[in-house]
Design a protein around this ligand. Structure first.
Ligand SMILES: *Cc1c(COP(=O)(O)O)cnc(C)c1O
Length: 390
């Protein structure tokens, strides 16, 4: 008799991943000081984090988290509808509503869970979903699980969406900023289609919040839109905001509906109140101190200018996310290894995270990089060009 897992063909699936250079394994960071990480005894400048504003290690943020712990203890102890919802959570919700203008907000432990909750709360086998092809895995996964008819439109292609969409059938999904490309969705045009066809419009702004717009309000603000231009908005705290968790915003009625019907919300221990506390303080800091956003923009502009000098094609991204699409997984891995030898940690992003033949370096420039660190990365990339002859 073989193993109980035999019917899954696990060995074959893993072998296939190895053969195509798409096998993944965990890398353990031994220590982390600001944007420096140590792995297996070597120190690298981290160009692979989503900590866009450099807040996750900021002394003030660490202090706020400790304050939150002293006030509220570690865990929330219960799901939100039992006793897990506290004044710390309420204050965070109120701060977000005031910041972005939404009438109602609820909190989740992760963006993945929040997206599952939204998509499943709205859809069933009688509805349709229209999602940008490059939407995050959490949205695509939820779409499949919901039983709805999933229609994927070409990336940022409004015409492709128009061709697919039918009136009053369901949900349009896109992102403010796309996670692997850093480009923005044409939100104004998509909103128009949503209104004309009377479909619900959801924007996931995981990579836009804190980075784009006045006071870090995100991609809607950057594109001169009001919060009421979308029906549902979600974003996460684990990226620019530097903590963890996520929120879903919308009308009072929609949020009441989620509180009553979303199983991801109802049957899950609520976010630790200390996390809610530090997240609220961080959002207040982002609003009152624009220097993080300004430093990020300065660094990104500098990096893009230097990269162009090396002859790499210019990306469509004005955010931290600066992809260099290389094509094959082998090449992406080789670049990433050479950069590591040069003291720079840059992840090679491969299928199935990105479409076939678009393996890439996903470089993230953050507000706490120094120009000398960015120069070191540029030198590393120059070195790759010299060493890798196609
Ligand atoms: C990271 C991300 C999520 C998931 O958020 P987590 O809080 O990390 O679970 C959802 N959507 C997008 C677009 C993301 O990039």
């Amino acid at each position: 008799m073989g193993s109980k897992f035999d019917f899954l063909s696990i060995d074959k699936k893993l072998e296939e991943r190895k053969k195509t250079n798409n096998f993944r394994k965990l890398v353990c960071v031994d220590s982390r000081i600001d944007n420096l990480i140590t792995i297996d005894g070597s120190q690298y400048i981290n160009f692979s984090s989503n900590d866009y504003l450099g807040l996750s290690t900021h002394p003030k943020i660490k202090e706020f988290w400790q304050q939150g712990l002293d006030l509220w203890g570690a865990g929330s102890g219960a799901s939100p509808l039992v006793t897990g919802f506290s004044k710390a959570h309420k204050n965070l919700q109120d701060t977000i509503c005031e910041w972005l203008g939404f009438s109602s907000v609820i909190l989740f432990n992760s963006g993945f869970a929040a997206n599952q909750a939204i998509v499943k709360a709205i859809n069933n086998k009688n509805t349709s979903i229209y999602a940008d092809r490059l939407s995050h895995a959490s949205l695509q996964e939820a779409s499949l699980l919901s039983g709805a008819r999933l229609n994927r439109f070409h990336h940022n292609d409004v015409q492709s969406l128009s061709r697919l969409i039918k009136p009053q059938t369901g949900l349009i999904i896109t992102e403010g900023v796309f996670s692997m490309d850093g480009d923005e969705a044409p939100l104004v045009e998509i909103k128009k289609i949503a209104d004309e066809t009377c479909n619900i419009f959801l924007v996931d702004d995981a990579h836009g919040i804190g980075v784009h717009g006045h006071k870090g309000k995100g991609t809607l603000a950057k594109q001169n839109m009001k919060c009421t231009d979308v029906d549902i908005f979600m974003s996460t705290f684990g990226k620019a905001i530097g903590t963890m968790g996520a929120f879903v915003a919308g009308s009072n009625e929609f949020i009441e509906y989620m509180i009553n019907f979303s199983r991801e919300y109802i049957y899950s221990t609520h976010m630790p109140p200390s996390v809610a506390y530090v997240t609220q303080k961080t959002i207040e800091m982002i609003q009152s101190d624009s220097s993080f956003q300004e430093k990020l923009k300065f660094n990104v502009d500098y990096f893009k200018k230097q990269l162009l000098k090396l002859g790499f094609p210019e990306s469509n991204s004005t955010t931290s996310i600066q992809p260099i699409v290389l094509g094959s997984s082998e090449k992406a891995i080789l670049y990433s290894e050479l950069l590591r030898e040069h003291g720079c940690y840059v992840g090679a992003i491969r299928p199935p995270t990105v479409p076939q033949n678009t393996a890439r370096l996903r470089i993230t420039i953050t507000a706490n990089h120094t120009l000398a660190q960015i120069d070191q990365l540029i030198e590393g990339l120059e070195n790759c060009l010299i060493k890798i002859i196609e």
